[in-house]
Design a protein around this ligand. Sequence first.
Ligand SMILES: [Zn+2]
Length: 257
Amino acid sequence: MKKVILISIDGMRPDAFLQCGNPYISTMISEWAYTLSGRTVVPSVTLPCHLSMFYSVPPSRHGITTNDFMPFVCPLNGIFDQLKQAGKTCASFYAWDEMRDLGRPGSVKILGYRNAWLDENSDEVITDMALECMKKDAPDFVFLYLGDTDEKGGHGFGWMSEEYLKYVSVALDCVKKVAETCPEYEIIVTADHGGHDRTHGTESEEDMIIPQFYLCEGLSGGEVLSDVSILDIPPTVAELLGVAAVEEWEGKSVLKK
Ligand SMILES: [Zn+2]
């Protein structure tokens, strides 16, 4: 039975991926399917973008436009809710507590949280927590959030600064570790938004264009995907796991593109 891990690298711009100098980049562009011109949603802010990544609707529909969560006025199932209803097991690992609201209470069976400021390279610590769980409990769907790139790199030193690029490279080391440690998992890697100067949230290309990478059956290595949106992630995950998509989801599975 297929299993899927979704890795979100917060604020990773496509040019940061290309310029960070990590040797694993060449593997990702030859053995994974990918796009360097995917689009996120407005406003290009972390929680609204992640809610769109999980609910496949834009902020104008889910209603969250800041990093403060409010229950949806018109609820719909996100990927966690939909998988749980289909009897699948979900796990979520993050170092930024706002990620607790990406599914309804009870939709995620295994949770791993440790505050990002406790560790210099929090992304590596959270990745190891996720890998331990994947080996031991083998959940059907795992969400792994890597946030040092945004908070410590982008906001701390500026997008495309040397320090930011170093955090992007560490995040790619984490992706490599997941691929090599748990080859039984199909892997999706995405950013939630980009960034410029020491901020993001605007409609500029620097903030709106995101990379996405897929190491999945049904997509060929080196295949360049076009017309990809952050909204496409829930229907893609659902298809990979053999679960029906939600009618209100506005994205489309990248397996059908
Ligand atoms: Zn973010």
